[in-house]
Design a protein around this ligand. Structure first.
Ligand code: LFR
Length: 406
């Protein structure tokens, strides 16, 4: 018996870039996680065949060593596969049997043309990826399929799987309140995705050198953003300290203690590539600081304050770069996702940008996912615009306002 008879559909979103390779419907091996050293080989192999500048003109993506095309270039298993499915599409395949590529997430592979938004088959061939691996593209709101009979029998419900912004950041930005064009967003969790929503790409040399990416959003919007290493720096630090102590750390106590430290702590470059892999984060942050001739604080509260202020500074730099690259004078910032609960980070971001920060919704990704499914089910009428969906978010999830100080 169904416990939730009103549930009609399922929408799946996950982080981007990672994939599974199928042969005859079976996974060839467990998917790799993107924080893995193997990508370095892939980067070399791809750039030997196509220089980064040419790649950017085709796919519009900032350089990130883990973009799927670099992973694939280092993946021997690709030769035996018949289909490549990104993680949400892989889950949808398990549930429905369908093989599709949802477009917002496909835009993070590096294999989608930034202008025509179709698979760039010529690019794929040039770097040794068989275009036949790439399944047909679909857009958020499309019906993927009904649950396979055995799945439906197991959960006691015959549901439809509907495509949403299957890249979590696409779903989050769909539910960002974005009251006007001059509102920037920071989708903050493990990463801080900082940028503006656009309708046309900005494929300039300046955007390329500044590391600004063009990922696709719901309803064909462009997420013109920069990946800033976000709360990963804090969570990995806490994980290392917990390992040392052998006891769990209360994060809110740690943040309260950090809030009492004066904000003029030393800063490090939150985007330093040496900080992106797992491992002893406090030691790596300390090494990054010492390389600039600065001694890191030794106590934990100032160390945490330094991490939060460094992330906020990287956010502020990305907001001002987004503004310079687009000519849009940013007036407010919507800080959405789990990071919106971090009061110290919200205030530091307001202070360092000099702009008001509107924090929330915390569950932006889930809301964006849900809103697209609800629209597809006809709840708002088929043609509700993204702006109408966002108005609903503003009404139901009033943000917390953080004004810049000083
Ligand atoms: C956030 C996110 C980012 C993407 C990174 C890797 O969860 O999806 O948008 O760059 O994870 O997939």
């Amino acid at each position: 018996m169904r416990r939730e008879p009103a549930i009609e559909s399922i929408g799946i979103d996950t982080w981007a870039v990672d994939y599974g390779l199928l042969r005859d419907d079976a996974l060839l091996a467990e998917p790799f996680h993107y924080r893995d050293a193997r990508t370095a080989r892939g980067v070399e192999a791809v750039h030997a065949r196509i220089p980064f500048g040419d790649l950017y003109a085709r796919n519009g993506l900032q350089f990130l060593a883990f973009t799927s095309l670099y992973q694939l270039a280092a993946d021997e298993r690709a030769a035996d596969a018949d289909t490549l499915l990104l993680v949400p599409d892989l889950l949808a395949h398990r549930l429905t049997g369908a093989r599709v590529a949802e477009r917002t997430n496909a835009s993070t592979t590096g294999l989608l043309g930034v202008r025509d938004r179709e698979w760039d088959q010529e690019l794929a061939e040039r770097i040794g990826i068989r275009p036949a691996l790439m399944p047909p593209l679909i857009d958020p709101g499309a019906r993927i399929g009904r649950l396979l009979p055995d799945v439906a029998a197991r959960i006691g419900a015959d549901l439809t799987v509907v495509a949403v912004g299957s890249h979590d950041t696409a779903s989050a930005v769909a539910a960002a309140p974005l009251a006007s064009r001059s509102t920037a967003y920071i989708s903050c969790g493990t990463w801080g995705l900082v940028g503006l929503e656009l309708t046309e790409p900005v494929l300039t040399e300046a955007a390329r050198t500044a590391g600004f990416t063009h990922e696709l959003g719901v309803d064909g919007r462009i997420r013109f953003l920069h990946n800033v290493t976000g709360l990963w720096l804090l969570s990995e630090t806490v994980r290392a300290w917990e390992g040392e102590d052998g006891t769990p750390i209360d994060l809110s106590e740690l943040l309260d203690a950090a809030a009492t430290v004066p904000p003029d702590v030393p800063l490090f470059d939150a985007n330093d590539p040496s900080l992106s892999s797992p491992g002893d984060m406090p030691a790596r942050i300390a090494a990054a600081l010492r390389a600039t001739g600065t001694e890191p604080p030794s106590a934990r509260a100032p160390f945490v304050r330094m991490i939060v202020e460094s992330i906020a500074q990287a956010f502020a730099d990305a907001v001002s770069t987004a503004s310079a690259l687009t000519g849009i004078a940013v007036e407010t910032i919507d800080l959405i996702g789990g990071g919106s609960l971090n009061r110290l980070l919200c205030q530091a971001t307001a202070d360092r940008t000099g702009l008001p920060v509107l924090a929330g919704p915390v569950e932006a990704t889930a809301l964006g996912n849900l809103l697209v499914q609800a629209r597809a089910a006809g709840v708002f009428g088929d043609d509700a615009t993204l702006e109408e969906l966002r108005r609903l978010v503003r009404r139901t999830h009033p943000p917390t306002r953080w004004a810049p100080r000083g």
